[in-house]
Design a protein around this ligand. Structure first.
Ligand code: EPZ
Length: 421
């Protein structure tokens, strides 16, 4: 087992390049399964564990996958798939595995997969995915931990309303409806930038999708899709995490590739907290000299404040001046980082989905663990400003979403190393 050792106190300075977005590249890799002719070549694909996992999953149904870490390019040839069922051990590693159902269902009329594991942040049901598949004419069978989806007569377009703008359900339905017969209208879909990126890739492959990023998406089914080349958008959550690191350490960092359009709530809250930001076409400069002020956060589906930045902001509030309130409305159990922050001296009171954080002068180094991906990022941020050397374990969570974290932080002047436990 490895652990991070981080000595707090160094202001981060310099520039960091943001990698391709994890939550865009995972559905887009699943979508490559729709490429019946030609291979797809994806650029700006970060070398994340989750990318490796979903690559292994599409390989298990017959896709040929090559990843070039040098130029961060992933090539997928899905012209001859051999199966419509993925192995359980792989699927249970990552909830996003469920995203292969939509492509397999619309291309082969069937798909079988073990029920995706929940994870630390909540039960993570799939009812909205299934509602979409059924609305398109599929039959669902659930038994013995497996789920089998079949559409022997193919899928037919329909009007689908999502009770909650679920990101995964929106993505699965877009991929299933892409070659369904007729038109599909998806109401109350997720509007995240990653949805737009997936729709753009599907349209490059030959799909007819209009309205991604708004509250109504129209999909006109086409005969078949072909593999194509595509470049993944930068990761707004990785960008937001480094923006916070710059502000918390009273540093001065240029976040190259950060897209301000994708980060409006994070930018607004950082400005409210007293950080200085300069937004330009190829990135965002974040700098701060004095202490930050507490702010209130309420997570919402996009374009609201992103739940994936909640833990990181809580780390900032732990050392901000005043009291900040954090309300988590998207997931029912996304405060696992509170206990770990308390171990470093944070003053946090939790009442159901609301946490009150009273800023303290200094956090104290401690031995803490990453309980999930973004909680792990929050612990790194807390360690960067704590007194002493903090040890962080369970790094596999962090490796899922932060490519070259240690290298990037060292290049900004952080005192961090990764060693064997
Ligand atoms: C995606 O997860 C992201 N993951 C998550 O990022 C992100 O937090 C989440 O969207 C919300 O923005 C990827 O894109 C791979 P949801 P997803 O379906 O699709 C409920 C990270 O840190 N729900 O929008 O699983 C669900 O229980 C990860 O990068 C249903 O009730 O999120 C949850 O409470 C964490 N029924 C809420 O909706 C369903 O059928 C949001 O889930 C589906 C979801």
């Amino acid at each position: 087992m490895e652990k991070l050792l981080i000595e707090g106190g160094a202001p981060l300075k310099g520039r960091v390049k943001i990698s391709g977005a994890k939550n865009a590249v995972l559905p887009i890799i699943a979508a490559t399964l729709l490429g019946e002719e030609k291979e797809s070549v994806l650029e700006e694909v970060p070398g994340l564990c989750d990318v490796k996992t979903i690559s292994e999953i599409i390989e298990s149904v017959g896709a040929k996958v090559r990843y070039n870490a040098e130029n961060e390019t992933l090539t997928v040839d899905a012209t001859n798939l051999i199966a419509t069922e993925a192995p359980t051990d792989l699927v249970r590693k990552m909830r996003a595995s469920f995203l292969i159902i939509g492509p397999l269902l619309t291309r082969y009329g069937k798909a079988k997969i073990s029920l995706p594991g929940g994870c630390a942040i909540g039960t993570r049901p799939i009812d909205l995915h299934l509602k979409g598949f059924e609305a398109l004419g599929a039959k669902i069978e659930i038994g013995h931990g497996f789920i089998s989806v079949t559409a022997p007569n193919g899928l037919v377009g329909n009007r689908i309303y999502l009770d909650f703008p679920s990101v995964g359900a929106t993505e699965n339905i877009l991929m299933a409806a892409a070659t369904a017969k007729g038109e599909t209208y998806l109401e109350n879909p997720a509007e995240e930038p990653e949805i737009v990126d997936l729709a753009n890739f599907l349209n490059v492959m030959g799909a007819k999708i209009r309205g991604a990023g708004t509250n109504l998406i129209k999909i006109t089914g086409v005969e078949r899709l072909r593999g194509e080349n595509y470049t993944i958008i930068p990761d707004r959550i990785e960008a937001g995490t480094y923006m916070l690191a710059a502000a918390m350490t009273k540093g001065d960092v240029f976040i190259e590739n950060a897209i301000r359009e994708h980060l409006k709530p994070v930018i607004a809250k950082l400005k409210d907290a007293g950080a200085s930001l300069e937004e330009s076409i190829n990135g965002i400069r974040v700098y701060a000299s004095g202490d930050l002020k507490s702010v209130d956060i309420k997570t919402m589906p996009y374009p609201g404040f992103p739940t994936d930045m909640q833990a990181q902001f809580m780390a900032m509030l732990a050392i901000s001046k005043g009291k900040g309130q954090v309300i988590e409305t998207v997931f029912e159990n996304r405060f696992m980082h509170v206990e770990e922050l308390r171990r470093m001296g944070a003053n946090i009171t939790v009442n159901e989905r609301c946490a009150e954080v009273v800023g303290v002068e200094k956090l104290k180094a401690s031995r803490v663990k990453a309980t999930d991906l973004r909680a792990g990022a929050a612990m790194v941020l807390a360690a960067l400003v704590a007194d002493g050397v903090t040890e962080i374990t369970a790094l596999h969570h962090i490796d899922r979403g932060y490519h070259n974290l240690v290298e990037k932080l060292i290049s900004l002047g952080a005192k961090i190393k990764r060693i064997e436990e």
